[in-house]
Design a protein around this ligand. Structure first.
Ligand SMILES: [Zn+2]
Length: 267
């Protein structure tokens, strides 16, 4: 029955959303603790950012607690940072979309890893302008490791991707003398190692378009001055996630130029 399959898929997507929202909650907590220079493993309990009251399990329920409490701390009534809610909603929605698109597969696993690491880097970049080398490089290392199992050609594609990501941003840094940081170069090296050079090229392209769409109107409205550093990490992260979904279509469209592609995760 087609209908039964459809409802199964809906239920699975809801479960994927809940799992993804929990992952987003964890990633946000880890990112904020990293920025604050605290370790994010061990027994430290989550507390309210304003009153430092220890949060209960119910307070930590992703998305629901934010909606029920209307974005305010239960104990002190101060607003909860919208970043918590945003990270949970983005991770939940994208995880469900990835599950819907790929089901349980290596394509889903690699896509989710890229998305979660990109989310972490975007959050630290937004919070204090830093992309942490260890996080960016971990994604590249995991990506290359997974590629080892898929064969030498696939591994080589990842190495090319890492080189392209690092080299492209690095060249911009050297030519423009600032504006972008080496953290951005490492972020794209990590993403390139996971997604390979074709997806890395599209990620860069989409990231710069997304950045331009947001930054140029801000420049026109004079909300930012041309010399202000705009965090680029979130745009590069958004470009990569967009490419995860649209990349196969894009690569196929340019297939005459760059050869046969069997599809994501390895091309
Ligand atoms: Zn509070």
């Amino acid at each position: 029955m087609g209908n039964a399959l459809f409802y199964n898929n809906i239920i699975s997507a809801i479960l994927a959303f809940v799992g993804g929202a929990c992952a987003g909650s964890f990633i946000n907590a880890a990112a904020m603790r990293t920025v604050a220079g605290r370790k994010w493993w061990g027994k430290e309990r989550s507390v309210c950012d304003s009153c430092c009251h220890v949060l209960s399990a119910a307070d930590l329920a992703p998305i629901l607690s934010f909606l029920i409490l209307r974005g305010k701390c239960r104990y002190c009534g101060k607003p909860i940072k919208p970043g918590h809610f945003g990270a949970e909603l983005i991770s939940g929605t994208l995880t469900a979309a990835m599950f819907w698109r790929w089901g349980v597969s290596s394509a889903m696993l690699v896509s989710a890893l890229v998305m979660w690491f990109s989310l972490f880097n975007a959050l630290t970049d937004l919070e204090n302008g830093y992309i942490y080398d260890a996080s960016a490089l971990s994604l590249g290392a995991i990506g290359l490791l997974l590629r080892v199992f898929a064969g030498w050609g696939v591994l080589f594609d990842g190495i090319l991707g890492a080189a392209l990501g690092f080299g492209f941003i690095g060249a911009i840094i050297l030519i423009s003398r600032g504006g972008m940081g080496w953290g951005d170069a490492l972020l794209m090296a990590g993403i390139g190692g996971a997604v390979g050079w074709k997806y890395c090229a599209f990620s860069l392209y989409m990231g710069f378009i997304a950045g331009g769409l947001v930054v140029v109107p801000m420049l026109l409205k004079r909300k930012v001055k041309r010399k202000d550093a705009v965090p680029l990490g979130p745009f590069l992260a958004a470009g990569s996630v967009f490419t995860l979904f649209a990349g196969n279509m894009l690569v196929t469209r340019f297939g005459g130029l760059i050869g046969y592609n069997p599809g994501w995760p390895w091309w």
